[in-house]
Design a protein around this ligand. Structure first.
Ligand SMILES: [Zn+2]
Length: 61
């Protein structure tokens, strides 16, 4: 499953969401830290990944 880097505009926390490509524009992403929906998807590569970044697997329901 692809990973998408996000950055919360509210608490400035980066996090990674795993989800299907077909879900990207349908799902409302919220910050796992503060629950804000004021998040931006970052167009980055794997260099963005680090252990300090929360990995957040979207709960597909
Ligand atoms: Zn946040």
């Amino acid at each position: 499953m692809p990973h998408y880097d996000h950055l919360c505009q509210k608490c400035k926390k980066p996090f990674v969401v795993e989800m299907k490509i077909s879900e990207v524009d349908k799902k409302k992403i919220t910050c796992p830290e503060c629950n804000s929906d004021d998040v931006i998807r970052q167009v980055t590569n794997s260099s963005f990944t680090s252990e300090s970044i929360n990995r957040y697997v979207w709960d597909k329901s």
